[in-house]
Every structure is written in structure tokens, then in C-alpha cells.
Ligand binder design. Sequence first.
Ligand SMILES: [Cu+2]
Length: 106
Amino acid sequence: MKLVKIAAAMAFLAGGTLALAAEKTIGQKGKLFSEKEVSIKKGDTLVFVNDDNIAHNVMSSTAGNTFNLGSQAPGKSTPVTFDKPGDIQVICAIHPSMKMLVKVAN
Ligand SMILES: [Cu+2]
């Protein structure tokens, strides 16, 4: 009886962990990010998909949340997990028109 309860509690915890870390896809069609602003939670992941027909270079130089995906060919997708809260400016190093804000809540 006790073992059954522990197993049930562990299953609940495992499910809860999965639900906490969300994943959202951001496209880059027509030299534009699919969202201008997105609100996520600490530990969530954004998957940057290049659904355009040219290469892009998604990056951020916001202190504490810097990353640089390098040249991303059409059709490629790359996940980025945001571990620190704050407002993060995400840009494309090649196309100045591509900008978005990622708001990471604690
Ligand atoms: Cu670009």
C-alpha cells in the first residue's frame, strides 16, 4: 500500500516537471520573427526555426542571456533554453529588420 502511494507521488512529480518547462517555436519567414514579443518562464525553451529561404543568424547580446546560433540554413531549427529572468533582445546578425523581445519571468 505504501509503495503504491510512493509510485503515484513519483509519477505525479515527473508529470509536473514536464509541464513546468514549456517549449515554443519561433519562425523567421520573410526576414521577420514570427512574434515581436514573447513571454516565457525561466527554464523554458524557444525553438528558432529558419522557415525562410535564406540563412539567418539568431543571437542576443543582452547581458546574462547572450547566445549566438551562428549561420542557420533554411530548414534548420535550434533550441535555446532561457535560464535567467529578464527582458532579452533577440536579433538576427545579418538582417537589422529582425528583432524580437523575449520576456523571461522568474
Ligand atoms: Cu536574418
